[in-house]
Design a protein around this ligand. Structure first.
Ligand code: SF4
Ligand code: SF4
Length: 331
């Protein structure tokens, strides 16, 4: 038996968090046809009235597009280094299971050969309240990568939409139980999700085996023909995590910053010597599939993809992962 909350009471709860000065991130409408995960200015701005698929991902709350790692000041005979990262408590509400599942995947990367303290400190301040999906579109494939429309991985709480407009509430962590302590909850139903999700579309193990055994194959060049190398697939992916580190400032002061980068950019692998091991778009497209379905599973035991479909939805050329892996899997 789960508890339930009405839609009005959920908005009241969110309004209370905002009034208390908490940062709350959720899907908001930024223009007709486009929603983004963004900090809420009011509880009314939170999109709850239909299935929403924001164009960005929630990785931005733990891995910002740009972040200062530390600052520096250069004196006549000295160099001063100082902390520049900013940390705050963040509540994410309205994520889907394919968004929430990205955070435990990123945790592995940022704690592999080096404990990234800045990532870890920011991550510790995040609470994720997910909304189970009640529908999907042609680009969704969570069920092909081991997830589902109500998978709990990465969520501190799960809201399951009810026919009366309210939600069944599953509280999954102490952080979530604390946030809902003041909520007006009522006894609910069995808390079971009604929607099973899209039918499975491909076999990830088959894709990984193909990528491993077909490193040199015309297949990659055929699929890369339409790619314009814009990087939208990587930037909107909840688990793509490539970054560059640069000094931003002048000769006297500045910050050492971490900025997003993407494997689809020609300069991403350009060496100082001028050599580029991925000197064409086919090699870059192959890298994206190879990394997600072969290299990452080999290293971390899981696929670097949650099936959210953002890469296809945001690709100006209709590419993304799904058409490629579907063809690999079905021949
Ligand atoms: S590769 Fe595409 S479908 Fe998979 S998690 Fe990234 S954006 Fe989503
Ligand atoms: S979004 Fe599409 S066109 Fe842009 S880099 Fe990715 S696959 Fe290529």
């Amino acid at each position: 038996m789960s508890e339930q909350i009405s839609r009005d009471n959920l908005r009241t709860l969110v309004a209370g968090w905002l009034a208390a000065g908490k940062k709350v991130v959720g899907p908001v409408q930024v223009k007709p046809g486009m929603a983004l995960f963004a900090p809420l200015r009011s509880a009314d701005a939170l999109l709850l009235d239909r299935w929403v698929r924001p164009s960005n991902s929630i990785k931005e709350v733990v891995f910002p597009r740009h972040e200062a790692l530390y600052g520096y000041r250069i004196g006549k005979n000295s160099v001063e280094l100082f902390d520049a990262a900013v940390f705050e408590e963040q509540i994410v509400i309205g994520a889907h299971p394919c968004d929430a599942a990205s955070l435990p995947i990123l945790d592995k990367l940022f704690n592999w050969d080096f404990q990234d303290e800045i990532y870890n400190q920011r991550r510790a301040g995040v609470t994720v309240i997910s909304v189970a999906c009640t529908e999907s579109d042609d680009e969704c494939f969570c069920t092909s990568v081991g997830l589902s429309p109500s998978a709990e991985r990465g969520s501190d709480a799960m809201l399951l939409p009810r026919a009366d407009g309210g939600f069944d509430v599953r509280l999954l962590s102490d952080k979530a139980r604390g946030l809902f302590a003041e909520a007006k909850l009522a006894a609910g139903s069995d808390g079971q999700a009604a929607y099973a999700g899209p039918a499975s579309k491909f076999d990830p193990a088959q894709v990984g085996a193909f990528a491993k055994d077909h490193f040199e194959d015309p297949f990659w060049a055929e699929h890369a023909l339409a790619c314009v190398g814009c990087g939208a697939c990587a930037y909107t992916c909840p688990v793509c995590h490539c970054f560059d580190i640069v000094d931003e400032g002048n000769g006297r002061e500045g910050v050492r910053a971490r900025n997003w980068d993407a494997c689809q950019y020609g300069m991403f692998t350009l060496h100082a010597s001028g050599h580029n091991p991925r000197n064409n778009q086919a090699a870059r497209q192959r890298q994206r599939i190879y990394h997600k379905f072969y290299m990452y599973p080999e290293k971390f035991g899981e696929i670097l993809c949650t099936g959210c479909g953002n890469c296809a939805r945001n690709c100006p050329e209709g590419l993304g992962v799904l058409p490629v892996v579907t063809e690999v899997s079905h021949g």
